[in-house]
Design a protein around this ligand. Structure first.
Ligand SMILES: *[C@@H]1O[C@H](CO)[C@@H](O)[C@H](O)[C@H]1NC(C)=O
Length: 506
């Protein structure tokens, strides 16, 4: 009897433990972290670099930034890049995703003159990475447009397709033999909607219902042109890959009514399908629902043509298929509905008026320093599943995922976030999603755009009160390090956070 009880007890124990059995990542899966030039480099006017749209915005309209701060110095990575790489070695990373500042390489914005000091900086960074077997993943555009090009309309000027292509070619020529992973443009929606259709990111043009759509078409063509240049002229020689990084939230219907299901479907198509459908779908072009809705509203509003510009047949074919992988930046989930309350509440015309949906987040979901980055791992699972289903299971590179806190090294909520989202990623992989890489945002705290330094996304905390910008690993850094070391997600792992060391091999 006792024996029976004991064995029943062990069976029970085995069952509970089974839930928490450490899970392996697939062979060849790559782990990294990500940053962006303006958010970490500093040295905003050093060695020939000229003004970009973020220098301009933070210097001329500082009140737009929560703490009136800017990226003049930021993490000073322009001088401290060796410490950054040392942290990557501590974490044992496979790759580092960083971006290049356009005006640090091309001071006039155009390809008439290359700034040698800027080139040297990126060569030094890349060489330091390669010395320790950390693959550089280079983003060409993570939002630091030369201000002089913005003076000419920036992403709303169709000529930017050529300007960007010229810039891309310069980078492929300079770094093509060393860099095997390329990302053209980071987060098209934020570039176009927040920058041109709204004032929530630089250049804060706020030209609603027009700016974001002009930008979207030009941006997609610019991306495609860079892709084709790499594909035709550089890939045969160097054999790297190139893609785009699209920010995608998950939009969950608020109820199982057909109306809400349709609203959620409309929202993802407007928010990120706008950029993924032209590249990854079989038919190409903007999503049909966007073309129809915006054309109808434009006509009603008296516009002689749709505010959403059309692609020619040739352009559709040029953009379709222009990415070797689906780069996805993902942070959180929203609930979507449609009822009479969603109509006539937004400015006319505007992106949100065109879409006609209402969305919110469950107040029960845990958040950190940002009200909108709530911990909803199942949304990440559903997003990865959706991408697999609608685009015939493309290779996915998770190019950003992370959680904001404020200061402090005991970041158990960030650890909950990472564990939840990595579990969700593994759920999708077990069902067949072709996820190949994961970049935690971010290696270290940095200038969080309009939130300045009030939201901290770092595995390493940065001390902005001292000129050395001292970086200290948070608890989450130790947890991520163990995931990378073991290639396994062990939800019970409790790190010893006394000393961070560099393991053999790095
Ligand atoms: C519309 O739906 C939202 C979300 O379910 C709800 O909060 C709101 O009360 C509804 N409004 C109307 C007018 O039905």
């Amino acid at each position: 009897m006792i024996l029976l009880r004991i064995s029943a007890f062990f069976l029970y124990l085995a069952l509970i433990l089974a839930e928490d059995v450490p899970r392996k990542f697939p062979d060849g899966f790559l782990f990294g972290t990500a940053t962006a030039s303006y958010q970490v480099e500093g040295a905003w006017d050093e060695d020939g670099k000229t003004e970009n749209i973020w220098d301009h915005l933070t210097h001329t309209q500082p009140h737009l930034i929560t703490d009136y701060s800017n990226g003049d110095i930021a993490d000073d990575s322009y001088h401290l890049y060796k410490r950054d790489v040392e942290m990557m070695r501590e974490l044992g990373l496979d790759f580092y995703r960083f971006s290049v500042s356009w005006p640090r390489i091309l001071p006039s914005g155009f390809a008439d003159r290359v700034n040698e000091a800027g080139v040297a900086y990126y060569h030094n960074l890349i060489d330091e990475l390669l010395k320790y077997n950390i693959e550089p993943m280079l983003t060409l555009y993570h939002w630091d447009l030369p201000q002089r090009l913005q003076d000419l309309g920036g992403w709303t000027n169709p000529l930017i397709v050529d300007w960007f292509a010229d810039y891309a070619r310069v980078l492929f020529e300079l770094f093509g033999d060393k860099v095997k992973y390329w990302i053209t443009i980071n987060e098209p929606k934020q570039v176009c909607y927040n920058g041109y259709g709204d004032s929530s990111l630089a250049p804060a043009i706020d030209f609603k219902g027009i700016g974001e759509y002009l930008c979207a078409k030009n941006l997609l063509l610019a991306h495609a042109k860079a892709f084709h240049i790499y594909n035709d002229e550089f890939k045969p020689k160097y054999g790297g890959i190139i893609g785009i990084a699209i920010s995608a939230r998950w939009y969950e219907p608020d109820s199982d009514s057909q109306v809400d299901i349709e609203a959620a479907d409309d929202q993802w198509q407007f928010e990120w399908g706008k950029y993924s459908h032209p590249i990854f779908s079989e038919t190409g072009d903007f999503p049909a629902v966007m073309k129809e809705k915006i054309a109808a509203k434009s006509a009603e509003q008296g516009f002689p043509r749709s505010r959403l510009p059309e692609f020619t047949r040739e352009e559709i074919d040029y953009v379709r298929g222009s990415s070797d992988f689906f780069g996805v930046n993902h942070y959180s989930t929203h609930l979507v509905y449609r009822n009479e309350s969603v109509y006539n509440v937004h400015p006319v015309p505007s992106f949100y008026d065109d879409m006609d949906v209402g969305f919110y987040q469950d107040p029960e979901w845990e958040s950190g320093e940002s009200e909108t980055v709530k911990i909803v791992p199942w949304g990440f699972y559903k997003l990865l599943k959706k991408i697999r289903e609608i685009y015939d299971n493309p290779p996915i590179y998770v190019t950003e995922n992370g959680f904001p806190t404020h200061t402090g090294l005991q970041d158990d909520n960030r650890i909950r976030y990472y564990r939840g989202y990595l579990s969700a990623l593994l759920d999708a992989v077990e069902e067949g999603s072709n996820v190949r890489a994961y970049a935690a945002w971010s290696l270290m705290d940095n200038f969080e755009w309009m939130q300045g330094y009030t939201q901290r996304f770092g595995l390493y905390e940065v001390n902005y009160d001292c000129p050395e910008r001292t970086r200290t690993p948070r608890k989450s850094a130790f947890v991520y390090k163990e995931v990378v070391r073991t290639r396994t997600l062990d939800l019970d792992y409790e790190p010893d956070t006394d000393v961070m060391t560099i393991d053999e091999g790095h």
